[in-house]
Design a protein around this ligand. Sequence first.
Ligand code: 3HC
Length: 653
Amino acid sequence: MSDVTTFSATVTATTRNGILVVTIDNPPVNATSADVRLGLSRALAHAEAEGTISGMVITGAGKTFIGGADIKEFGKPAIEPTLPDVIEKIEALSKPVVAALNGAALGGGLELALACHYRIASPAAQLGLPEVKLGIVPGAGGTQRLPRLIGIPAAIELIASGRIAKINEALSLGILDELAGTDILDVAINAVQKLVGTPLRRTGELAVAPPDPTEIEKSSRKTLSKARGQKAPAEAVRLIASSHRPFAEGLADERATFLTLRDSREAAALRHVFFAEREASKVAGLEGIDPRPVNTIGLCGLGLMGSGIAVAALSAGYTVIGLDQIPEAAEKGRERIIGLLERNLASGRLNRAGFDAQTARLSVTATDADLSPCDLVIEAVFDDLDVKADLFRRLDKVIRPDAILATNTSYLNPDEIASATKHPQRVLGLHFFSPAHVMRLLEVVRCRETAPDVLATGLAVAKKLKKLPVVTGVTEGFIGNRIFSAYRREAEFLLEDGALPQEIDAALEDYGFPMGLFAVYDMAGLEIAWARRKRQAAMRALSKRYVEIADRLCEAGRLGQKSGRGWYAYPDGRKTVDPEVTAIIEAERAKKSVVARSFSKDEIRQRLLGAMATEGEALLAEGIAARASDIDLVMINGYGFPAHKGGPMFAKG
Ligand code: 3HC
C-alpha cells in the first residue's frame, strides 16, 4: 500500500502491488461531473506514463460505483474532457483496466465500465442504461459497446426499456466477467495481475453479429409499444440495431443523437420529473423529526382497496392485521389478499418462500380490540363520514396512545374524521390509488392537527411501501381529484361547445395519455360520479355552468363498459363510437341553444391543460400543494398524464 495520490478533488488513488487503484468519491452518487472526468483523465495519463504501474482498477466510494453522467450539468456549457473522451482513453490504455463495481453502475457509469478490459461486481451492484427514462439515449458508447458484449436483441431489450439488471443476470448476459464476494478490490487487483502481459479485450474492437430483423422486432416491440410517442426509445433501437457498422461511425451517430435529445423539451420534462420525485419527500417543518417505528399495520375494510393496501404492506415486510365488520367478511378479505399474493407467485414476482413469509404475517379479525398491537391503522371502509367517524371513535379506544390512525378517504374532510377522536394529532390521511398494490402514488394528507412525527411516519411508511408520497393539505379531493374535477368539468364544457368524446379522447391520446378521459370513465363506470352529482344537486349554484350530458347518459342506462354502453358502445367488447351518444350530446346543445363549433386537437389540449394548470395555481395559492412539481407528480402517477410532458404545471411553461 502506498500514499494516496490526488488527481482531482473527487478522484484519488493508492498503489497496491504496482496497480493503481482509483477511487471516485463524488457524493451523493459519484456522478461523472467535470471534476471526476478531469481526475480520471489525469489518472489514466499517470498510469500510462509511469513505468512502475502495471495496470489500474476503477471503483467508487460509498454505496454507488457511478450513478451516471451528472444530470445537473445538462444544459450548461460543456467542460472538457467529455465523458466519451475519458472512456476512449480507458479502452485505449496499453495496460489492463478493471472496473470494480461496488454498487450501482448506471448510465455513463456503466458505459465507463463497458470500456474497461474486465468487469467485476459485488453483490450490491446493479447495472443499467436508464437514459431513455430521462428522454435521452446513452451518450458515451452504451448503444455501441453493449451489443458487442451481449448481442443486439438483448441490448435493445435492456437499453430501450431502461431496465436495471441485477448481477446474476448481468453475469449470464456477459456484461460482467466475474462476481466478487467480500473484498472486491482484492479480486480486482488479482484480475489486473492476471491480465498483465496478455492481449487486452477492448469492447469496441469486438464484432457484432449482424442484426436479424425478426429478432429486433421482437425485442423492441414491447418497449416501443409503451413509449407513447417518446423519441428516445425508438432512437436507442435504431442506434443499437445498426451497431454492426464501423465502431467510430456508430459512436459519432450516438453522440449526435444524445446531444439533440438532451436539449429537447421531452428530456427537460423527464429531468424535471426525476428531480421532482426526489424533492417531494423534502417537507418543510420535518427537518430532524424522527418517524415513529412501525412494524404492524392494521387495515380496516378488506374490500378491493383494503386488500391492495394489505398486499403492499405485506410485500414491504410489515405484519398486517385486517379488520372487517363480521367474521365472514374478514375471511373473505383474507381470501382476497391471498388471491392477490397468489397472482404475484404465479407471475414470478414472488417466490414460494416469500409467499409463505407474507401469508404468515397476515391475520384477520372482526373484533376491534385485536388491532391493539398495531403501530398504524389505515381505514379503507365505505367513503361516508358517519361510518368513518364511528370507526375512528372505536379505534381510538383500542389502539395504543402512540399508534397512528390514517384515513384513505378520497373526498371527505379528514379533519372532521380526526375530530371524532380524542387525539386528532395522531390522525393523517393516506390516500392510496387503486389498485393499491400496483399504483405508485400516495397522497399523504397533513390534517389541521397532524403532529410532525405522525406526518414523518406517513412518509417513511410510504417509502417502505415503495410508493411515491406527495404531501397535500386538506381540500375536497386533495391535489389529484381537485385537478381532475377541473379537467373533467372543462372536458364537459368542450362537449357542450362542440367537441365529441372521441375527438377529446384522440387529442389526449395523441398527447401521450394512455387512454382518453371518456374511455377511462367507461372503464371505471359512471354510476358513482352520477350518485355524487345527484347528492350535490341541491347545493349547486344556479349561476355555475353545469353540463347535463353525463346525467342523460346515465338515465339512458349507459353506465360504462360493465353495462356494455357508456360514452362509447362495446359490441364484442370493442370500443366503438355510438351515434346515440352523439344524438344525446346534440340534443343537450340544442336545449341550451349552443351553436356547436369544431375544435382542433391543439385547441382541445390547450383548454384541458389550461384548466388543470389554473386549478394547480389555486392549490398553490391556498397552500394545499407545497410546490408545482408535486402537482405534476400527482397527475403523472395517479391520472395518466404523460411523464415526458412533465405534468400540467411544467407543460404550461
Ligand atoms: N446526476 C446528478 N445528480 C444525481 C444523479 C445524476 N446522475 N443521480 C442521482 N442524483 C442526485 C439526486 O438528485 C439526489 O439529490 P438530492 O439529494 O439533492 O435530492 C441524490 O443524488 C440521491 O439520489 P436518490 O435519492 O435517487 O438516491 P438513491 O440512493 O435512492 O438512488 C441511484 C441512487 C440509483 C443512483 C439513483 O439516484 C438513480 O437512479 N440515479 C439516476 C441514474 C441515471 O439515470 N443515470 C443516467 C444519467 S444520464 C447519463 O448517464 C448520460 C450518459 O449516457 C452520457
